[in-house]
Design a protein around this ligand. Structure first.
Ligand SMILES: NC(=O)c1ccc[n+]([C@@H]2O[C@H](COP(=O)([O-])OP(=O)(O)OC[C@H]3O[C@@H](n4cnc5c(N)ncnc54)[C@H](O)[C@@H]3O)[C@@H](O)[C@H]2O)c1
Length: 358
């Protein structure tokens, strides 16, 4: 996977490059030899992956609100990307309950703005538009959602991403179906963990904050299961998908799930206990209440399409995912972070190759 040659010397634009997943993706693309540009707002935390890794200095680092179409178009015209990864979003369920309109503007209309920029920028050959597993109409099924299942969303975040998927599908069918036009895919993945995320109300940052401050951790949904993944798992899927889109548009320009294997779906409580055990200190208490906002309890992705048609499969065991993540928070710092991040990507790539037979 680390040898993926498709991006060498290619201009690649990542939206959301100052965020958790976007920064990891940018570091990985830099290792693959891409020429990078990014569009995002300022990073939120001085210790986050974007700041510590120093990746901003290795790319065209544009700070721009994706709701501003004119500015987005100007950046696309200047950078002339061949490949686009769209990750910029308001990604938090509870924040969306507080600011629903802004969440719809950024996640749904912002996605439409990026698609419009792709439509008006002839250099773009392929784009991976990142939404979420929460884009599906959640039926609390015990089995996973397939790419063909209906879009939906109870809470505003999920609905904004379900709506983004409908916009992506409309643009693909209306403006990108002819030969020679850009190949557009969407990517749906589950709850991602990994080093360098400091977002509010996310499980791993909450665990690390509580542990560092010597506080008891408050858990609002201990029994909920989520398709937990290490951040490098879906990113490997996005990279593989983009490389295939460049080769053969008709086969790959569609929606793809990048979740964990069914044996790797764990409850919030199991994740908390695994981290506390690894960290060797801390405790937690159940603060669930009947008055809290609705959040899905049971959510799984069916990944047969990616396994059989793309040759992608998640490779990390649960304990390896916890270990890689906890090691980052324990050992990465302002001095060693660039090397530390690259080292984790290389380690993951080697595992990917040996376990995927590639
Ligand atoms: N982290 C997860 O568990 C998870 C799971 C499924 C899907 N996703 C999706 O992956 C993507 C990245 O998520 P993340 O966890 O890295 O989030 P993050 O909050 O760490 O990063 C979000 C990025 O989007 C940018 N952004 C936000 N609003 C913007 C605006 N108006 N204009 C321009 N840029 C803006 C931010 O500056 C940042 O760079 C999102 O689309 C998210 O919905 C995340």
């Amino acid at each position: 996977m680390i040898d993926l040659p498709a991006f060498r010397n290619k201009k690649v634009l990542v939206t959301g490059h100052t965020g958790f997943k976007g920064a990891w993706l940018s570091i990985w693309l830099d290792l693959l030899g891409a020429e990078l540009a990014g569009i995002a707002l300022d990073p939120l935390h001085e210790e986050d992956i974007f700041n510590l890794s120093g990746i901003g200095a290795r790319m065209g680092d544009h700070r721009c609100d994706i709701r501003n179409l004119k500015q987005v178009l100007d950046i696309f015209a200047k950078e002339k990307p061949e490949v686009v990864f769209h990750l910029a979003a308001q990604p938090l369920v509870l924040e969306a309950y507080k600011n629903p309109l802004e969440t719809f503007e950024v996640n749904t209309l912002g996605t439409a703005n990026i698609l419009e920029a792709i439509r008006l920028t002839p250099s773009v050959k392929a784009a991976v538009m990142v939404t979420t597993d929460k884009c599906y109409e959640n039926q609390e099924w015990v089995f996973g959602y397939r790419e063909s299942d209906p879009m939906g969303g109870h809470d505003p975040y999920s609905a904004s991403k379900g709506a983004a998927e409908i916009v992506i599908s409309s643009y693909r069918r209306s403006f990108f179906s002819a030969p020679g036009q850009a190949a557009i895919a969407s990517a749906r993945s589950g709850n991602v963990i990994g080093g360098g995320d400091w977002s509010a109300n996310r499980l791993v940052p909450d665990i690390i904050r509580a542990s560092r401050n010597g506080q008891s951790l408050e858990i609002r949904n201990p029994g909920s299961t989520r398709p937990w993944q290490h951040v490098l798992e879906p990113l490997s899927g996005y990279l593989l998908l983009a490389s295939k889109l460049l080769e053969e548009k008709d086969k790959y320009a569609s929606a793809w799930n990048f979740g964990p294997l069914p044996t790797q779906v764990f409850s919030v409580k199991q994740v908390v206990e695994a981290f506390l055990q690894y960290l060797g200190k801390g405790d937690w208490r159940d603060t669930s209440s009947p008055d809290q906002h609705h959040e899905a309890n049971l959510l799984m992705l069916e990944i047969s399409k990616a396994i059989h048609r793309l040759g992608w499969k998640p490779v990390l065991q649960f304990q390896e995912m916890v270990q890689l993540t906890a090691a980052w928070y324990a050992d990465a710092n302002a001095q060693n972070a660039p090397e530390f991040c690259r080292g984790q990507i290389i380690q993951y790539s080697q595992l990917w190759r040996s376990r995927n037979g590639n």
